[in-house]
Design a protein around this ligand. Structure first.
Ligand code: COA
Length: 207
């Protein structure tokens, strides 16, 4: 046995509100790794609706690693949401034309970059992730957090703005996990190790 088929939409029998996310994504600027799942109270199609202000003409990407867990109502605010912040007004005159089209000449809206989510990241219910943020492998984002800054691997963050609550493991364990990168192993090796991966003793991992 080597676990579920990563290429199917709905890995749980008779249940269509949890999906292997990469298999339902239509937007080429959203890139998702194997086994990352999304669970939605109503309909998994809500995922893409919750990637907000994501415009093709901006071209920014939402990149999510493998084995992530994403809860209902998680939102990603992409760069299309940005107005000027260092100008006297944030009002976007140019989009309305009619003599206002030159308002943005020589200026551009702030671009904070892609959103990068690592591997084995758990994003709790109703969290919001802002443009430009990188979330490290193994991180946990607490329910209702608004993440505006990068999140260190294997840390738990919470609140608005999200702050580090604690690290999940001692430094040495985190280094070892980041070296192991178990999510890149072949599926036979992962399957052989699932009891160890769901335990807390890293020395028990079978290489
Ligand atoms: C973060 C979380 C995993 C708790 O982790 P934990 O290790 O058990 O942490 P504790 O409950 O002991 O709380 C530790 C600290 O984090 C804080 N904290 C917990 N949840 C928080 C949240 N959502 N926002 C802000 N701070 C939070 C606690 O207040 C506590 O602070 P303190 O140390 O100053 O007292 C949990 O609160 C959470 O948000 N889980 C996500 C659940 C979810 O959304 N699931 C979706 C379905 S998969």
């Amino acid at each position: 046995m080597t676990g579920p088929n990563k290429n199917i939409k709905f890995p749980l029998e008779n249940y269509d509100r949890l999906c292997f996310l990469k298999n339902i994504i239509k937007n080429p600027n959203i890139i998702v790794g194997d086994y990352t799942y999304y669970d939605d109270f109503e309909n998994v199609e809500n995922f893409e609706k919750n990637v907000k202000y994501h415009f093709d003409f901006v071209g920014d990407k939402l990149i999510i690693g493998k084995f992530c867990m994403i809860a209902s109502d998680v939102k990603f605010i992409m760069n299309g949401a940005n107005h000027l912040t260092n100008s006297l007004t944030t009002y976007p005159f140019a989009i309305f034309g009619n003599g206002w089209e030159n308002a943005m000449e020589g200026k551009s809206y702030p671009q904070k970059g892609n959103i990068n989510i690592g591997n084995d990241v758990w994003i709790g219910y109703n969290a919001t992730i802002m443009a430009g943020v990188t979330i490290g492998d193994g991180a946990i984002i607490a329910t209702n957090s608004t993440v505006i800054k990068d999140v260190e691997p294997y840390s738990i963050v919470g609140g608005n703005p999200a702050k580090e609550i604690k690290k999940r493991f001692p430094k040495e364990t985190i280094s070892k996990l980041l070296e192991l990168k178990w999510w890149n192993w072949d599926i036979e090796k992962i399957t052989k190790n699932i009891k160890n991966l769901t335990g807390s003793e890293i020395e028990k991992i079978i290489e």
